[in-house]
Design a protein around this ligand. Sequence first.
Ligand code: PMP
Length: 308
Amino acid sequence: MPIEPVKKIWMDGRLVDWDDATIHILSHGLHYGSGVFEGVRAYDTKRGAAVFRLNDHIRRLFRSAHMYFMEIPFTQEELVDAVADTIRENGLSACYIRPLVYRGYAEMGLNPLPAPVNVSVAAWPWGLYLGEESVEAGVRAKISSWKRNDHNTLPPMAKATGQYINSSLAKVEALKGGYDEAIMLNHAGYVTDGSGENVFIVKDGVLFTPPLSAGCLDGITRDSIIAIARDQGYEVVERNLSRFDLYAADEAFFTGTAAEVVPIREVDDRQLGSNGRGPVTKELQGIFLGVTGGEIEKYQGWLTYVTG
Ligand code: PMP
């Protein structure tokens, strides 16, 4: 889905016109992938636009930056305000938000430290990453032949731009094979995550998801779904999953900010037990929608209202 332009993008403390939001061709981030980013969503609620778990996203951005010795020249509060300003300035309600911290233009070479650290926040209306129809019909996933980068190559818990070239290889392989999404294994052969989503399975009424030690991102949607499922009385177990666990699952689903909660109906051409959206997936999807829509009092703390 092409990006839908809006009026302004926040760059280093100023709101600039969409078409002027450009950087120098010799920026370090462009040559060596030295950037960290977030993907955040705001939802249209009765009380205006509400950003889901904004503080948690900004905290993760700072953790990613710390990993790469990037000193963000703004405080977490200032970036929270930057997100709110960007949404308000563009008159958006439901939108996707992309905060980006990147190394700018200084010296050429692998040492990123001389390069300035720049920050931008863009927001635009964006539908579901895996397609609106994926919500009910589910998607077909393929186990990638590409292994996920691990803790001692490029730490999976850091959301760095350069690291995503690995996930892109997996995504392209899946798409060219006629699948919707890739699932990546770690070097020990256990499931990590999708190219941009965490993975859950349901077996005999229990939810399983890989532990962070397997090398997946500490997804904010993952964390939310674990909390919601436990509140609903489900047992949620974080343990290593093999590809067999996926094939033999009653249900499986992806979670992520861009994708939200999406059923997986097939893995490597093997139909899962539910053949589409299973009952547990449907229940959690429904609650997640209620939570992000500001309709469930208990989870109001996850929402930052920025308009209205
Ligand atoms: N895994 C990977 C590799 C991702 O890129 C993402 C998207 N940020 C996720 C999982 C899901 O994380 P979140 O729920 O925080 O968006």
